[in-house]
Design a protein around this ligand. Sequence first.
Ligand code: ACO
Length: 318
Amino acid sequence: MQIHDLEKIFLDKIEREIKIEPRDWMPDAYRKTLVRQISQHAHSEIVGMLPEGNWISRAPSLKRKAILIAKVQDEAGHGLYLYSATETLGTSREETINDLHSGKAKYSSIFNYPTLTWADMGAIGWLVDGAAIMNQVMLCRTSYGPYARAMVRICKEESFHQRQGFDILYTLSKGSREQKDMCQDAINRWWWPSLMMFGPKDSDSTHSDQSMKWKVKRMTNDELRQRFIDMIAEQVKVLGMILPDPNLKWNESGKHYDFGEINWGEFWNVVKGNGPCNKQRIAARKKAWEEGAWVRDAAAAYAEKRKAKAQKTELEAA
Ligand code: ACO
């Protein structure tokens, strides 16, 4: 079959909402965009364990500790599904992880901010996981089958994460003066970086146009950011707290909240590796990878042994 015909079949599937599967023909650029996005997403899940892992030993009660451990473990699971989805596109896990460690691959800017107080666990759950879900619900309908299916389970778990974050902040917001202040301070620090998670403005987004055509993305960065702001601007009222944006105002004719200018200089600075914690995050990942080498070696040796045994049994039976 000619390339032209293969491309026609591919585009027809996209048009008719039929998922593209690993063995299907796909344009190189589609494969490349998926490897880029899914692997960056996987890295975000894995690096995202670090800011919260920082508070497991200091959670204020046994119940909060158990919940936080479960949540951080969920993020590890998300990373693993997504690395597997990347492998279905012909890119090995080693290659993907090397790209993270060498600085070639990006991960979400949000995880380069420090977690200074317990209230940050609440703000991460409510705002960061809230922003993640807003983006990921649309990815359940992405055109690449393995990615879409991974997202369904991830979204269910992220909903629990957001609820537990809101619950932490709700408890603090009903507490002492110091607890209320801690709650407001965490919201103040995490609000703007959460908005940056959706990526640059549509006019500055490199990949959005093509990704929308291929239905890899189903909504643009600005559309998702606006939905998130409209949701959070209402939820913050339940906490009795405020969002740190003097320009946040309901727009009756547009039926959405107007908001102030995002500091895009800060966003690009963090993306380029100069945020408050970029260096320590990569150093922590490299250390974990090096210290886990014996586990990978043992698993590979065991798999080899099992394979040899299975071959021997097969030969004996023949
Ligand atoms: N942090 C770091 N880099 C970012 C961010 C961000 N918040 N937003 C955009 N970028 C990067 C893009 O990766 C791209 O760089 P690249 O060409 O080197 O890959 C560049 O900025 C331009 O952005 P876009 O053209 O808008 O990129 P894209 O179309 O891929 O959209 C988005 C970015 C929305 C993040 C998309 O990749 C996506 O939906 N990814 C899946 C979800 C995800 O990764 N979430 C991570 C956080 S959720 C969590 O881990 C709990």
